[in-house]
Design a protein around this ligand. Structure first.
Ligand SMILES: [Zn+2]
Length: 397
């Protein structure tokens, strides 16, 4: 057997078993190691629950105000006002994009998150500057968290000539996925925007993650347009719709049809359970094979003063809104921040199994239902077998 770097003794697995987890070379090498095995280091967990590191599938690290003195919310309650507020406030802040993004990412890690998908604004004013900042933060924190970056045309695509070229450049400069936004409401040109962004994804062999806030029939139209392009380009499993509020706001027969189509086309949905919009029908979508995962979206930023980057709190809120109460349902809800997120992000070697990365979080909870229901305190967070947060405080590289 390879020499063991770390033994986690008296660890409780999600199925309730108490066991000893062995880690070597950043991987899980045993889930039932003898407690007396020889190891470089051992940590006694005292029966704490162990979960795979949480996944935050929708973030905006470039917009956060974490680390700054409190700045009151300044935008009017409209999307365009929030977009303009970003452009007014962010460039004058005393902390750089890199510093703010790193501050928020460290907060994520402290809460047990090991993998983040973040959108980063690409527009004619900032061009690729925010991408450079977030890429620098990603590099700085690579020992504690992995990041996927979506090149996000926050201000629109067709209404901002030049942005398609910038998105294309972003894919060469470190972005992992192509983003999009409300092709009808923001751009009034769904064909133009969707053809444009899918062409970029196709050219670079990458996936897409498209913000869709559009309500009702307008949103459904774009769900169908996104699905048909996904199928035509063979991008099944590589496309996500962010929010998809429309899915929660139409008749049940239309929800069914949309869920079926998304399932067939391998288009995933990420939700943060926005209070201001209908909740997508999570159980129905899952029954049709749609990967539904979760993200925090805005955390104390120019769009929202709320949030603390805690994915367990986020999914407990989603479960509360969806009125899911029984233990098996709470296990299902955890999937939104673990297995389903890993599938959508295409993470390899994720999860509590031998051979997988030792990206773990330990919690003071009797089991998964309590961890979700009470979003129990995080004790230890490990990334590739190294402790990167302890008792809610970041201590990684
Ligand atoms: Zn967003």
């Amino acid at each position: 057997m390879t020499p063991i770097d770390l033994l986690l003794t008296d660890a409780r697995l999600p199925d309730g078993r108490l066991t000893t987890i062995a880690v070597a070379g950043g991987r899980i090498v045993a889930l039932d190691a003898p407690a007396e095995a020889v190891a470089r280091e051992r940590i006694h967990l005292g029966g704490d629950l162990v979960l795979p590191a949480l996944i935050d599938g929708h973030m905006h690290l470039d917009k956060t105000l974490v680390g700054l003195p409190w700045i009151g919310h300044a935008a009017e309650p409209f999307r365009m006002s929030r977009i303009e507020t970003d452009k007014r406030i962010l460039p004058g802040l005393p902390l750089s994009t890199e510093q703010r993004a790193a501050n928020l990412a460290r907060l994520c890690v402290a809460q047990g998150t090991g993998h983040i998908r973040t959108h980063v604004d690409i527009d004619n004013e900032g061009r690729l500057a925010k991408l450079e900042g977030v890429c620098a933060a990603r590099e700085r924190l690579a020992g504690a968290v992995s990041m996927q970056i979506v090149a996000f045309p926050q201000s629109g695509v067709m209404r901002c000539p030049g942005v398609l070229d910038l998105l294309d450049a972003a894919m060469r400069e470190g972005a992992d996925l192509v983003g999009g936004i409300d092709p009808l409401e923001i751009d009034r040109d769904p064909k133009g925007q969707l053809d444009g962004i899918f062409a970029i994804a196709d050219r670079h062999g990458r996936g897409l993650d498209i913000h869709l806030h559009e309500p009702g029939e307008m949103g459904l139209f774009n769900v169908q347009e996104i699905c048909s392009r996904t199928r035509a380009l063979g991008l099944q499993g590589k496309v996500t719709i962010s929010h998809g509020f429309c899915l929660g706001g139409v008749a049940e027969s239309k929800q069914q049809a949309a869920a079926e189509l998304m399932g067939e086309c391998g288009v995933a949905l990420v939700t943060h359970g926005a209070a201001s919009a209908p909740l997508p029908p999570i159980a129905l979508l899952r029954r049709h094979g749609v990967t539904v995962f979760a993200g925090n979206d805005d955390v104390r930023d120019t769009w929202s003063p709320y949030g603390n980057a805690d994915m367990l709190e986020r999914i407990s809120y989603i479960g509360w809104r969806a009125d899911l109460r029984h233990d098996p349902m709470l296990h299902d809800i955890l999937e939104l921040a673990t297995g389903a997120g890993a599938k959508a992000l295409g993470l390899e070697r994720y999860g509590l199994a031998v051979g997988n990365a030792a990206d773990l979080v330990t919690l003071r909870a009797e089991g998964v239902p309590e961890a979700v229901g009470a979003h129990a305190p995080r004790r230890l967070v490990l990334h590739a077998g190294r402790v990167v947060a302890r008792d809610g405080a970041y201590c990684g590289p």
